[in-house]
Design a protein around this ligand. Structure first.
Ligand code: 9MR
Length: 383
């Protein structure tokens, strides 16, 4: 994999470099990925596919691409590896959009994560899978379907994808148990997950294999059950020798109560650190895979809201970066205008959310500075 700065310096990137004025190249030296690098870490973002000219958080949108190229060294497809995009039918594959992202990543020297080989909740399956007939030997049929999927993806992208969310969101937050779906019913709960990780290990032995989930540090009863369920799952992986390298902590952090940042952090920090200590105690690495801030209960006033979002994020990132086991931090999009948060859990005042580092007009916000200062003050080197 070419280092992005090597690409920028080379003739390969002549066209790109020519489009940068020197102040932009100078500013790149202080990009978030550069700051992350100083403590042995990487910073990246989700990116979407989009037709050239489309107003999306896509590499084909020049305003978005220039933020990615300035701030990130690592990308992850926001949707394009999901079964809903890659699996039009039980024996067919479609990689057009993912190929376009992978080609952009390669030509610009970004590392690439794979999200996700299997998103477990049935809600996110393509329609044909929900209705799939697994036949007289359902376990064998389900195992063959999953294994073929992993084999096809991993062989196509080879070493271009260096880390996979092999399984996403297996734990039901309300119960802490592995979710019931047509696939887990056919193959068994633990077996479904084990098959996925063993297949990924066989087909992508170079890659980091991640279990990814959204248990979060806010003190809601559901997050506590979710955290306990994830710990139980991670213990099970270790007992059974399932090849899982890391826990992906999505980190869609949320301001859900009308409290100050200090109050929110003081109720969240202790139990969250105990959770992280248990995870790393079992030998897992950590990643922040989908960082953003749901500002639902933060003040309406934009300046106050941006300050609160930034301070809340800084407190969270400081805790996370105190773990040497955490190497990669990825934002779930860099610009408010394209954030999934806009369509989710609206604010009571109906104002637009402001949970990513750049505003709707591509202007850096205090959240961007909070991420920069968390990296700058991270004394602990990633392990
Ligand atoms: O941001 C993604 C949004 O564009 C999609 O419509 C949605 C459904 O595919 O998924 C969103 O990403 C989710 C991610 O894949 C898994 N963790 C939660 C993310 C936000 O919902």
């Amino acid at each position: 994999m070419l280092d992005r700065r090597t690409v920028l310096a080379s003739g390969l990137a002549a066209g790109l470099a020519a489009s940068f004025s020197s102040p932009v190249l100078a500013a790149e030296a202080d990009g978030l990925s550069k700051l992350a690098e100083r403590s042995g870490r990487r910073f990246g973002s989700a990116v979407a596919w989009g037709k050239p000219g489309a107003d999306r958080g896509s590499f084909a949108n020049p305003a978005y691409a220039s933020i990615l190229e300035r701030e990130c060294s690592l990308l992850v497809p926001e949707n394009e590896l999901k079964w809903q995009w890659t699996r039009p039918g039980p024996t067919t594959f479609d990689f057009k959009q993912l190929d376009a992202i992978a080609d952009y990543a390669k030509s610009h020297g970004f590392d690439l994560r794979g999200h996700t080989l299997f998103w477990l909740p049935e809600k996110w399956y393509p329609k044909w899978l929900v209705a799939h007939d697994f036949g007289a030997k359902p376990a064998e049929a389900a195992e063959a379907l999953l294994t073929e999927h992993v084999r096809t993806v991993c062989r196509r992208y080879g070493t271009r994808i260096t880390s996979y969310d092999v399984v996403n969101e297996a734990v039901q937050p309300e119960t802490g148990e592995i979710r019931d779906t047509v696939v887990t019913k056919a193959l068994g709960h633990e077996r479904t997950l084990d098959v996925m990780f063993h297949a990924a290990k066989a087909e992508a032995p170079h890659a980091q294999l991640v279990y990814n989930d959204y248990m979060s540090w806010e003190r809601t009863g559901e997050d506590e059950t979710h955290m306990r369920g994830v710990l139980k799952l991670l213990e099970g992986f270790r007992k059974r020798g399932t090849p899982v390298d890391a826990l992906g902590i999505q980190s869609h952090i949320r301001i859900l109560k009308p409290l100050t940042v200090a109050e929110l952090v003081s109720e969240a920090e202790g139990p969250w650190r105990r959770f992280l200590d248990e995870v790393v105690g079992m030998g897992y690495k950590l990643l922040i895979t989908e960082f953003d801030v749901n500002d639902r209960k933060a003040p309406s006033d934009v300046a106050k809201r941006d300050r609160m979002v930034a301070d809340y994020a800084k407190a969270y990132l400081d805790i996370m970066l105190s773990y040497p086991q955490l190497k990669d931090v990825l934002a779930w999009g860099m610009v408010d205008r394209y954030s999934w948060l806009e369509g989710f859990d609206p604010r009571p005042d109906k104002l637009k959310k402001r949970g990513t580092p750049y505003d709707a007009n591509f202007k850096a916000k205090p959240l961007r500075e909070a991420i920069a200062s968390a990296f700058a003050s991270a004394s602990v080197q990633a392990a």
